[in-house]
Design a binder for this molecule. Structure first.
Ligand code: NDP
Length: 335
């Protein structure tokens, strides 16, 4: 019998569909899945022009290795046609209006994007192939802002924003699909994670950029709000690896994904400046206007379940995160 090994190899490679592929996590996840020999498809909203815009800067390295599809999540027919055509084995639903703060300003848009779209893509994935593995990106914003103990999978939800409400409702939907339809759907409840690919409006990215600019004499000072503010910050590369581990298993479940450690903005500031041989105190301006009216108590993750069950191990500690973000900014000027 003649066996066509080439064909066998092709048919065995998995097909992944990533929504939110242009974002920080989507781009790292696509890179990881390509390394793992997946065929990667990504949904891109219709108002963006594929390949022609700076909008795809995060996908530059892999743009030729992935297949992007323009899609309007409001058009059910298009969505169905595409999922049917792609036939994914694994879906990673990351697309979201991802700014918690903005969600107060536009509740209807946030709920539509973060809840209704989740419902559509979840339901379609099950309808088209009930064996699909489905990962949904939840958030620490699903919890109250006043929890002192570490948050685990049993902690009660108590969201305080349209963003948090949409994430919590979506999580319950994902759980119900798992329990009622035996669908392999999981939520990864993600705590804050950063990287060189984070949006410029976020504080750690702002610091990393400023450090490089100050080092090269292009900027004199950095203005920040409450530098005592703390978060459980990890590196996005570790978090997308966790997403893959979650979808790899045969028994779906929900997992807290965080570091279990708190650091302040000041910790990042101090380490970032020290990394380039400077003392942050000489360059810092504190502006009280930048303080949040209601800055939350720092929520802290207990990631023991994912460490124990899926053997998740982080490659980046806080020092490596600082180094990676600052190095990336320095590189831009050195080039
Ligand atoms: P980004 O903001 O970097 O990316 C968000 C992605 O969602 C982008 O691809 C964006 O597309 C897409 N998107 C936004 N609105 C729409 C829409 N209306 N229709 C279609 N696509 C849309 O977020 P991250 O990569 O950092 O986050 C990934 C997921 O993880 C999100 O669900 C987020 O809520 C969640 N999460 C992230 C945390 C973090 O610290 N990063 C913490 C907790 C949860 P476009 O490029 O066109 O804007």
């Amino acid at each position: 019998m003649i066996v066509n090994f080439y064909k066998i190899k092709i048919s065995m490679s998995k097909i992944a569909l990533i929504t939110g592929i242009t974002g920080q996590d989507g781009s790292y996840l696509a890179e990881l899945l390509i390394k793992k020999k997946y065929k990667v498809h990504g949904f891109v909203r219709t108002n963006q022009k594929i390949k022609k815009s700076d909008h795809y800067w995060r996908l530059k390295k892999i743009i030729k290795k992935i297949k992007l599809h323009l899609v309007d999540f409001n058009k059910d027919y298009d969505l169905k046609r595409l999922v049917k055509k792609i036939k994914p084995n694994e879906v990673y639903h990351l697309a979201a209006q991802a700014h918690d703060g903005h969600s107060f300003k536009n509740e209807f848009y946030t709920l539509n994007t973060n809840f209704n779209f989740t419902h559509k893509i979840l339901s379609l994935s099950k309808e088209i192939n009930p064996k699909t593995k489905f990962f949904f990106a939840g958030s620490s914003e699903m919890y109250s802002k006043n929890i002192k103990e570490k948050i685990n999978e049993k902690t009660n939800f108590n969201p305080k924003s349209a963003y948090g409400i949409a994430k919590t409702a979506s999580h319950y939907l994902v759980k119900n699909y798992r329990e009622n339809y035996a669908f392999n759907s999981s939520t990864g409840i993600l705590f804050n994670h950063e990287s060189p690919r984070k949006g410029d409006e976020f504080v750690l990215k702002k610091i990393a950029k400023s450090v490089a600019r100050i080092k090269f004499g292009l900027q004199k000072k950095i203005t920040l709000g409450n530098i005592k503010s703390k978060r459980d910050w990890g590196h996005a590369k570790d978090y997308v690896y966790a997403m893959w581990l979650v979808n790899k298993q045969n028994k779906a479940s929900d997992y807290i994904i965080g570091t279990g450690q708190l650091n302040s903005v000041e910790d990042f500031l101090k380490k970032a400046f020290k990394y380039v041989g400077l003392n942050y105190k000489k360059y810092l301006i504190i502006d009280k206007k930048l303080f949040r009216k209601k800055d939350s108590l720092a929520r802290i993750a207990n990631p023991n379940k994912i460490i124990r069950e899926l053997k998740w191990k982080r490659k980046f500690n806080f020092d490596n995160l600082v180094k990676d973000m600052v190095d990336n900014e320095l590189k831009k000027f050195k080039n």
